[in-house]
Design a binder for this molecule. Sequence first.
Ligand code: ADP
Ligand code: GLC
Length: 489
Amino acid sequence: MKIAMLASECVPFAKTGGLADVVGALPKALSALGHEVIVILPLYGSVEVAKHSVVPFMDKLGVWMGNTLEWCAVKTASLGDGVTAYFIEHDRYFKRDELYHDAWFNDFPDNPRRFAFFTRAALQLLRDRYWIADIVHAHDWQTALAPAFLKVWHWNDPVLSKAASVLTIHNIAYQGIYSADTIDYTGLKWENFKPEIFEDHGRMNFLKGGIYFADMVNTVSPTYAQETRIGPLSCGMAPFLAAKGDRYTGILNGVDYRQWSPENDPYLPYHYSAREMSGKRHAKRLLQETMGLTVDEKTPIVGVVSRFVEQKGLDVTAAVIERILTDMAVQFVILGAGDKGLEHFYGTLPERMPGKAGSYIGYSEELSHLIEAGSDFFLMPSRWEPCGLNQIYSLRYGTLPIVRETGGLADTVEQYNEEEGSGTGFKFMHLSEQAIYDTVGWALSTWYDRHEHIVRMRTAAMSKDFSWDTSAKAYLSFYERAINLKKGD
Ligand code: ADP
Ligand code: GLC
């Protein structure tokens, strides 16, 4: 099968969250199963072209946006494992350090143009290179217009008309909703500006149009697929997803264990495995030293690595963390950035809780790996979580997740059973200060009073396998389904 993946993020080139991890790993897993996969990305100013050997590929690519012909160039690099990445180079749109917003977290006002252009340019690249894809795979609102461009413009094209389109929703809270006249720039025709396609309370909704036009749609866990089909977590999309019937499904993300496992983590100075855990003790000591915590093997550490956004529930955590640190024998480390109020709160927490709390406000790949390895528990009190990767990484590092029962967190963490000592983590239902307090307290009482259960849970957690191979096979059946549906068009 020939698969073209269009995305706004991809490890190791550009990342703000889990989308990049997925787009960096899924193509390689598909390629390992014998398929031809390419990834197309914007060339942001922050992509390290020398480090990743990004070289010129095409000087000029002309792209029709509405009635205007715009020009860009194309560069290329290897993603590894036989997958080629192509970069759309358009300096006015992409030569910026951040991907979506300025340094104050204000979205760039030209985002609709940037990503509509990128998506159309990616399709044009396939066309100009005569790359006949079986599948065009779009991710999130940024590339959700791909299925629309294919159906509205390229239905008769010798190259692009062959492709079935699929759309993966990594987070339905971001839909890309812009003023109605954006439809002119995209050239996607006013006849499609209606409530069942693009129109959303008088504005143009990229994701909604993508859902309508895609042959198949999925999200990144079965539970989130269920939650978004019916309830408020769909952010208004429930009727449109329900209308897709069984053409909307949930496929759990995999994780890349070459990057994320304690046996061979490229960022860790100490390695360990379920059989030989001494490296975890060294990592814990290093984490305590690095983050200014009291060095003490016996005190458990609760770690967090997260974007500071409403989704993650860290505002509720902020309201209760000082009480937890005062009442309980525990340490807390947090790495993250985003909301300025939360950055200030967590940035100054170590001053208020010296020796007990450590924080780093910003982005650090290296520290995120050390937190996974050196912590004993990993907290994710998300309001919603389409999949969540950090809790899956935590399992492999024997760092037991404390999570809210939602989305992918519900699907990947097994509740601790106090009678049997089974399970892989600690789950709570309602997002409240008390629930966080009680569940952290439950994990800590297990640590101090039933430590043999922690040992057993660690072994169980570390043996779980969420490798991409399984998920990639699920994507292949999903693609087959899309191809068959397209044939029946
Ligand atoms: P989301 O995509 O919603 O942010 P995920 O759990 O799917 O949540 O993925 C988050 C990814 O981003 C993980 O790989 C995590 O380690 C990484 N990450 C988030 N914030 C930071 C940060 N401040 N520094 C380093 N890595 C981060
Ligand atoms: C989104 C979601 C996260 C998911 C990631 C990768 O950022 O918030 O839950 O793991 O995409 O699919």
